[in-house]
Design a protein around this ligand. Sequence first.
Ligand code: 7GP
Length: 838
Amino acid sequence: IEEAAAEQVKNNILVEDARTGLSVDALKRAISNNLFYVQGKYPEIATRNDYFMAISYAVRDRMLQRWTSSVRQYISGKNKIVSYLSAEYLLGPHLANNLINLDIYSQMEQAVKELGFSLDWLIDKEVEPGLGNGGLGRLAACYMDSLASLEVPAIGYGIRYQFGIFEQAISDGWQVEDTDNWLRRGNPWEIARREISYDVKLGGHVQRYIDEKGKLINNWIPGWVVKGVAYDTPILGYKVNTANTLRLWKSEAPRTFDFQSFNAGEYSNAVNQKIICENISKVLYPNDEQIEGKKLRLQQQYFFVSCSLQDMINIHLRSGDKIENFYEKFVVQLNDTHPSIGIAEMMRLLLDVHRMEWDDAWKVTTKTFAYTNHTLLPEALETWDLELFASVLPRHLDIIYEINKRFLVDVTLKFFGNHQKIDSLSLIGEGRRKYIKMANLASVGSFAINGVASLHTELLKKTVLKDWYEFSPEKFSNKTNGVTPRRWMVLSNPQLTKLITSKIGDTWIKHLEELKGLEKYAEDPEFQQAWMEVKLEQKKKLTRKIHGTLGMIVNPESLFDIQVKRIHEYKRQHLNVLHIITLYNRIKRNPDIDIVPRTFIFAGKSAPGYRKAKLIIKLINAVGKVVNNDPDVKDRLKVVFYPNYNVTNAQKIYPAADLSEQISTAGKEASGTGNMKLSLNGALTVGTLDGANVEIRECVGEENFFLFGLTADEVEKTKSEGYRPWEYYKNNKYLREVIDQINDGYFSQLDQLIFKELTDSLLYDDQFMVLADYQSYVEIQDKIDEAFRDKSNWARMSILNTARMGKFSSDRSIREYCNEIWKVESVPVELIDPSKTS
Ligand code: 7GP
């Protein structure tokens, strides 16, 4: 605090300024002021939300100097800016994170306490912006944190969905969805920039003519136009001056459009138009790794990409530079193919608006974009029906045809006569109906293509992007994902943070490799005890949370066995369930059997239209109901389905985990990031050789990782030799018993139909090799049971897991993107003195 105050004096800022002061008194005054002048309340009638808003505004004020200073430096300076384009940002609540990054957590805690409240109580009030589905959206949020913490100039662009990911409730064991009206109590973190807006054309047709200079003009006459308005949220770096911008676009009706109809006396028509325009940013599509080829989704993608590119060009030109140099000012990262229409849009802006020639425009475009792939699942590869596409983006269809025509000339030169290659690389697919392949558009228009874990990148090169790899191998590289230790350790696990810091100082928060320093304490009995005490404390907290939410009592001394992530067949929550039933049957056969008590905790949302995933949720709850209430079990097994998994809840769950379930079918999980957060928090992993598990195991040491299951190669081999799941069922009496029980209605009050879809798919198809991996999974779980009994050894392994997770900081990932793809450097921000700007 003293240093910060001295810094302020040096910068000639009033130390006790109500908007910038960092002392407890200044913060108290700021909160009271905001309560009165912003919320219009006095303490006796103020609600908890009023206080939340008052304190949030006090925090935001303290961010603004950094924010405006960062913006000024980026716009005026010659530095290159990273533009992250993502349809999703799963940020999580801001308040606690901003307090940590501003380094005023303890002062604020004291200030709030002196006002008669607890800071935790106010932090718990925040409704998180759930503007993403899962891994891809959360990664974008971690990357924004690391970019700012590394002082890299960056803007994140996306959509300000009015409704984020649905809220999940569980009713009679089934998932039910409710709307996520996250803005209903206001959002203190954003600033609406009404003056920053762009028109986006949609539909209509293209008029072609030759102008007086003999040039072919493509004039896109739109069917309608929407306006995108910028809503900015500051993203603060950890203990640095940098505050980057997350700019989310809200769709509105352009004024001119309204006027036309109003003038024609068509009032209701005008109002209708307004509704149609606002629809575009209304709701996040809740599908995870499953495309939904809806027109509105394409409109959303184009809407935010067009606003963002117009904005970047505007920023670039305003600095006095030429459009030809755009790629020297901005590098644009495509977060999967959702924003890949940006490649055609960039071409349109350069050709039609800035009147560039094709070759020059193509040069600028292909030096601007880079593409990250996040999944190998074929059902997630985006394609657009050509007719649908033409009805939304007629001009872009022309452009894509032209890109394709020129590209296929090069392809033909390279792979002469190889029609398989030409078909596979073409941007247009020819089935019963023609379609546009967005991964191909992204690949042709980008100078770099990356996967998100080493195995994933290798598989990309061998499977979905094989022909692209053969065509331009130089574009490919791997960038293993990472997570921010600020949110996923300092914020969510302050007790462990404190313990670690007491041994190795606090610089590990910015340099996570320094956790290595903990290794030498791994065998120290005192440290082990302190370590396990923190773990137990976190488990007790979660125990209270579970009791509060579900009314269930679980034993904090039991092994907390945790699988939290989207519900998907490839992630195999049902394999976990088969193991639970196996343990249950052992107890039923021998009620006195000695097994380690376990609490199985599941959480995750299913896409609302994904029937089998919803059935898996029902199965977890059905098995839970029987197991949790069977007196023979004597509370040794508990199954918990924690509803509405989101960032807020994840922060409470990860620190309490003993065991992290990362059990996807090998070759299916691109990386995973929950695996990293759990291991960082001292959980041991039971996992397959999939995604980043491979690298985690390499780092923590194979003796500290519970490996099981087929490898990606073995999965392919087994499949090609004709996989018959039925054989596994037939030959394994315990597996048979488990499947038969589900089928016979043991967990469904004798209803034999309810789970049939699930068991049939396991027995006769089993795409995800659940039955093939069952035996190996049960065996490793038996080893885990044994290992957990040796408390000291478990503590040692847990400490080593944390100590060796340094690689998985998103700071490391972002450094690699900066050095190897973006070629950008950090730019320390100089603070502007607000009292001296006139
Ligand atoms: C996810 C991957 O499933 C996960 O393995 C990875 O860690 C994460 O991205 C971040 O890279 N993919 C998605 O969330 C997703 O929606 C479809 O992928 C495009």
